[in-house]
Design a protein around this ligand. Structure first.
Ligand code: HAM
Length: 445
């Protein structure tokens, strides 16, 4: 055991682990490209202020922050949305709208390490800016679903829970909750299943200090709304308030667009989702695996005020983040994590010094032609080299002895079947390309 262990919640990836992570990142990237999203990246270290300004208490408590050698207050990014808003704000007028961007980066949160939660994780972000209508929400929610379907997950293995902070704000306003107090009340709603009644009432009371609304009534009505699990229940809960009823028209539009995009069956109405981050303003959603035991696979929603607060023009925005940790757990539990053969295409086995020059020239030629080639750095005997070829995970070996080189040939061996054939070295590159494309039959006599 090494005397230096990695920090809690930080992972190192051995090649086979990195291959599994790579699979997740590839599926995400392909789904985003299919939807016309373009990739961006931001800095890992940011000014502390950028991250504390708009995200809300929970994430601020989890920051990895410190003072750098230039006395700047800095923090590792816990999420990418504030960075995105700053980038867009800086070029808002020049960027063609709508902006469809995605990024994949490591994020850092000083959380208690537990199943599905680490202190460093990879996160996909996909965001659509510059469009205020439900068309943008639908596009982003559909992309979130496609990012999961791309793994081969069946449609019954996960669901997207859809909720609405606009509707929440309107219901709270109808109960006399002032706009400024609403985010703090939603902070309590976010903890409904996790805190005691007394704690919740204390939190709502403190959120409402100075306002005329009755905390006990606000809490009771919030519980009722948070329990809504279908659009019919939502219509019933909306009651007669015209502002709330008007919002239902946007719900109908969104649900119909989601059905049109082919993901309607994956979406469940769930007003219990309010999201922990303070900047959300409209529809919000989270993805969960169907067993519902895990932490969320993804979460997002509309955040219309953020670009403006970063110094840009008013710009509507909607997006989501998806982490690799819960996705990997789900894929493992469903047997959908591929086991990668990361071996080379060819293991070149060099039997003696008299063959080495010729063999290395062929290694270089095969590599220039794009093939993956490994070879023994020291001369060795045939059985040992075949063992080395197998443990490298190669499909084929190319055997170079002094006798073969003198005759101008190389011996090709398929490791699984142990079949062999000779190929003239002058034809090696096209012959090996044929072997990779068509199988060993391409060179068999
Ligand atoms: P979030 O809900 O905080 O949203 O995180 C999104 C996803 O990142 C989570 O559902 C989870 O998969 C993953 N995640 C978050 N924290 C951890 C952790 N400690 N360990 C492992 N995975 C984690 C946001 O970050 C928003 N900025 C998303 C967004 C983008 N909204 C609009 N655009």
């Amino acid at each position: 055991m090494s005397k230096f262990e990695s920090l809690p919640g930080f992972r190192a990836f051995y090649p086979e682990d990195r291959a599994r992570l790579g699979h997740i990142l590839d599926v995400w990237r392909r789904a985003c490209r299919r939807h016309g999203f373009r990739e961006w990246e931001g800095p890992v270290l940011e000014p502390l202020e950028l991250l504390t300004a708009k995200s809300g208490d929970e994430i601020v408590r989890q920051l990895f922050n410190f003072t750098d050698k230039g006395e700047r207050a800095v923090a590792l990014r816990p999420e990418m949305t504030p960075t995105l808003a700053r980038l867009v704000a800086a070029r808002a007028n020049a960027l063609p709208k709508p902006i469809r961007w995605f990024a994949i980066g490591e994020c850092y949160r000083y959380e208690k390490q537990q199943k599905g939660r680490l202190r460093a994780f990879h996160q996909l972000n996909a965001d659509l800016l510059g469009e205020a209508g439900p068309g943008a929400d639908a596009e982003v929610i559909a992309l979130c679903a496609e990012c999961l379907l791309g793994f081969g997950l069946s449609r019954d293995s996960f669901a997207l829970r859809l909720s609405d902070r606009t509707l929440w704000f309107r219901v709270l306003a109808s109960l006399g909750v002032p706009d400024e107090a609403a985010p703090a009340v939603l902070g309590a709603v976010d903890k409904l299943g996790r805190s005691t009644d007394a704690e919740l009432l204390a939190q709502v009371t403190s959120a409402l200090s100075g306002a005329s609304a009755d905390p006990a009534r606000v809490l009771a009505e919030s519980r009722r709304l948070a329990a809504v699990r279908s659009f019919a229940e939502l219509e019933a809960a909306a009651g007669a308030d015209p502002a709330v009823a008007a919002r239902l028209a946007e719900w109908r539009e969104l649900l119909s667009l989601l059905a049109g995009l082919g993901v309607g069956d994956l979406v469940r109405v769930d007003l219990g989702i309010v999201r922990g981050l303070a900047y959300y303003t409209g529809f919000v959603f989270e993805a969960f695996d169907a067993e519902g035991e895990q932490r969320a696979l993804a979460g997002g929603g509309r955040y219309d005020g953020l670009v403006e607060r970063m110094g840009g023009p008013a710009m509507p925005a909607v997006g989501f983040g998806m982490g690799d940790v819960t996705v990997a757990n789900l894929l493992e539990s469903r047997g959908l994590m591929p086991s990668y053969a990361e071996g080379p295409d060819f293991f070149v086995a060099i039997l003696g010094a008299d063959a080495r020059d010729a063999a290395l020239r062929d290694v270089a030629a095969l590599r220039s032609a794009g093939m993956r080639v490994e070879y023994n750095l020291r001369d060795g005997r045939f059985p040992k080299l075949m063992q080395a070829a197998e443990s490298a995970g190669a499909r084929f070996a190319l055997v170079y002895g002094g006798e073969e080189v003198a005759r101008g040939v190389a011996k090709v061996r398929e490791l699984a079947s142990r079949s062999e054939a000779e190929v003239p070295r002058v034809d090696l590159v096209p012959a090996m390309r044929a072997v990779l494309e068509e199988g060993f039959g391409a060179v068999q006599p």
